[in-house]
Design a protein around this ligand. Structure first.
Ligand SMILES: Nc1ncnc2c1ncn2[C@@H]1O[C@H](COP(=O)(O)OP(=O)(O)OP(=O)(O)O)[C@@H](O)[C@H]1O
Ligand SMILES: [Mg+2]
Length: 263
């Protein structure tokens, strides 16, 4: 056993409002081999604007947890409250980005980003202005007329990000969104996500099994155990931003988290 990772205070001073309450969530599935408990008594809260990484080994229930918070599947027991109201179904206040997000292949980059605004009551000019802003924010203005098949994996994930951020969700749920990218594109996407987060101020739950990704991104890491999935520890990363990937403090956190995941 490694020594427990020491939790440190969060980087922000002052008390921020807790907007998301995950309260005693449990979930299991009936399978061919009988009932399997996947999540057991998972509880945590998120402040407005906080970036939380959910870190754990494959199969520990990270995606299941995110699907419950997204309202895609119901919990077995316990509840999710957003701004005090129970989450029972997907809603525009929570957007999800997956590992390989399917863009509409017949729509251009610009049209994909604009798609979510179709039902909204805004005039054409204001919609066009928004699309322009988000094309710029993800660095794809020059590629606006490209179809998805002409984009790299990283560019596709930028479109996926812009497409949900334009809806201005309060909470962004990200399930290993950069896992299929090469190392360099992955770093670029992490940096882009951090700059978008700092500009737009969403609350983000970011699922990953990559330690270095968790420590570069998160205000706080929830380290999960497996079988059944539980939160083993909450680790606050009171580190200045922008963070140096090779800094001693980050490498130290990474080393201890790697060890904790092996235990
Ligand atoms: N619909 C389902 N029916 C039966 N079992 C399920 C179902 N969904 C998930 N599971 C099981 O729950 C466990 C957790 O799955 P989940 O996808 O949440 O893990 P994860 O932490 O996201 O893993 P990974 O890192 O590989 O994505 C797994 O053992 C999986 O087989
Ligand atoms: Mg998963």
């Amino acid at each position: 056993m490694t020594p427990r990772l020491k939790a440190v205070p969060l980087r922000r001073s002052g008390v921020k409002e807790k907007i998301l309450h995950i309260d005693r969530l449990s979930k299991g599935f009936h399978t061919a081999n009988g009932y399997v408990s996947v999540l057991d008594n998972v509880r945590f809260q998120a402040e407005g604007g906080e970036l939380i990484a959910i870190l754990g080994r494959s199969g520990c229930g990270k995606s299941t947890l995110l699907k419950i918070v997204g309202g895609f599947i119901p919990p077995g027991s316990g509840k999710v409250l957003l701004n005090g109201s129970p989450v029972r179904s997907p809603g525009p206040d929570r957007c999800v980005i997956f590992q390989e997000d399917a863009l509409f292949p017949w729509l251009t980059v610009q049209e994909n980003i604009a798609f979510g605004l179709r039902g909204q009551k805004q005039d054409k000019r204001s919609k066009a202005h928004q699309v322009e802003r988000f094309l710029g924010l993800v660095g794809l203005s020059e590629f606006r007329d490209y179809l998805p098949r002409a984009l790299s994996g990283g560019m596709k994930q930028r479109v996926a990000l812009a497409r949900v951020l334009i809806l201005q969700p309060q909470v962004l749920l990200m399930d290993e969104p950069f896992a299929s990218l090469d190392a360099q594109s992955r770093e670029e996407m992490q940096n882009l996500l951090l700059s978008l987060w700092q500009e737009l101020g969403h609350t983000i739950l970011f699922v990953t099994h990559d330690v270095s990704e968790a420590v570069i991104l998160a205000d706080r890491i929830l380290l999960m155990d497996k079988s059944p999935g539980r939160i083993r520890e909450e680790i606050g990363l009171n580190l200045l931003r922008p963070r140096e990937r090779e800094s001693g403090a980050l490498l130290d956190f990474s080393r201890r988290l790697h060890q904790a995941l092996r235990d």
